[in-house]
Design a protein around this ligand. Sequence first.
Ligand SMILES: Cc1cc2nc3c(=O)[nH]c(=O)nc-3n(C[C@H](O)[C@H](O)[C@H](O)COP(=O)(O)OP(=O)(O)OC[C@H]3O[C@@H](n4cnc5c(N)ncnc54)[C@H](O)[C@@H]3O)c2cc1C
Length: 494
Amino acid sequence: MNRIPTLIKDSQRLPELCPHDRASQPMEPTGILVNDIHSQLNETLVNRVACSDSVQMIQAVIEQAKAECRAISIAGGRHAMGGQQFGADTILLDTGAMNRVLNFDRREGLIEVQAGIRWPELLSYLDRVQVGRWPQWGIRQKQTGADRLSIGGALSANAHGRGLRFKPMIDDVESFTLVDADFRLWTCSRRENHELFRLAIGGYGLFGVIVDVKLRLVPRQKVQRVVRIIDLQDLIPAVEQRVSDGFLYGDFQFSIDSESDDFLRTGVFSCYQPIEEAEMPKRQKELHPDDWRRLLYLAHKDKKRAFHAYSTYYLSTDGQRYWSDSHQLSEYVDHYHEGLNGQLGPSGIGTEMITEIYVPRTSLVQFMEDVRGDLREARANLIYGTIRFIEEDDESFLAWAKERYACIIFNLHTAHTREALERTAEDFRRLIDRAIQYGGSYYLTYHRWATRKQVEVCYPQFVEFLKLKNKYDPEERFQSEWYRHYKAMFADAL
Ligand SMILES: Cc1cc2nc3c(=O)[nH]c(=O)nc-3n(C[C@H](O)[C@H](O)[C@H](O)COP(=O)(O)OP(=O)(O)OC[C@H]3O[C@@H](n4cnc5c(N)ncnc54)[C@H](O)[C@@H]3O)c2cc1C
């Protein structure tokens, strides 16, 4: 491997608590309770939280952890829901303060950022420094369900957006720098330390701390939204048509009303087509946090009205113009369910859990038909559902996009009682079984409810992944609840 030696200065002190953790400090003196943002189902007592804004501070944290024989977990935006960013009794390294742009190569369209930077910060930087210049660069893709996610988190899950013909994030990464368990720095790319490059992208923080990332940008374009209400069985031909017509982005938001014949069949098909010389409007229709809160309320209380309101709104935006990067931003109201709990009453208390299922495009209609029956039978409470599209990832080690899949996202409401959680976990396992039936798979980032058999079928390289984790980090300095779960699951094979 290609080593770049670095020194840690004596004067470097250990980083302090992050303000939001300090604010929510329990009286408990022995740890700090942390949790994920969306599901709130990963409450973990970490030993302490270290906020670092430089490579040197991160190295100091790792050195200190080593001296204490303590493991480290790494968090960006805290949106993963399988416990990947937290570990009981670990030092939680919060990367939120590592949010600077380090270099922007305007000629080549490459940008180097610290890994804790979140999408809105990156987009607003690009906006600011390119005012009045043409052509401009923008990001190609980001997650579309929320914005305050870090680039380090996006790499670690090998995330994707709503591109109609893109591979996952790994395809947008030129290189990154990783600090390992012995606080050494590694440059990882397709040319240097390639194995580590393939492992850390989609490797959920288990190989070290990604400190900076060089991303490849794409020319920023004007795009026009084209919205149609269509039937699921017309979706795949419609997508292929859009792709051949040059559309770049798109998705299909399907009906969530299990009592209607439209359930999982009818959807809002919104796509984005590049346009040339159009004036960009100063103002146009958009959903504000209060609109989202209302839609979320309806999705819990009156699904028919929710889908009607959502589709009517979307149809009314047909023809609106956007920028190819910023149209991917979407409002996410942190802790929205706390507000809903009061409105919905006792039966509505809980949160949502997401799962993302992959099936070959040719099996999409039949898969959804089966799932219609399954979700109705289980009386699952579907809050939203989307279908997106992905090209095969032939690079990352733990690749989820094993082929040109349709990606189906189900966001289910769950109460937090033991019985309700077991029912939701069972609903998710049934969805995975349906995917497997059609040669598909599922996304590891959203939960760790899959059975060993399901993991083995969908990720046959998982044991090898854990062995490589051991090769690069034999003292298991980087750990999480997610890692501990799979280490225990596959203990006999390791
Ligand atoms: C509402 C919602 C919408 C979502 N929408 C999408 C979507 O559209 N597409 C999609 O692909 N995913 C989506 N996700 C999943 C999300 O992309 C992943 O869970 C992502 O990893 C979260 O990033 P984060 O910054 O919140 O990271 P965290 O949740 O804090 O951490 C996630 C993982 O990244 C690791 N990590 C973070 N930073 C670093 C670093 N600097 N070095 C090493 N490891 C690091 C952590 O250790 C952990 O394993 C969504 C999740 C939610 C809750």
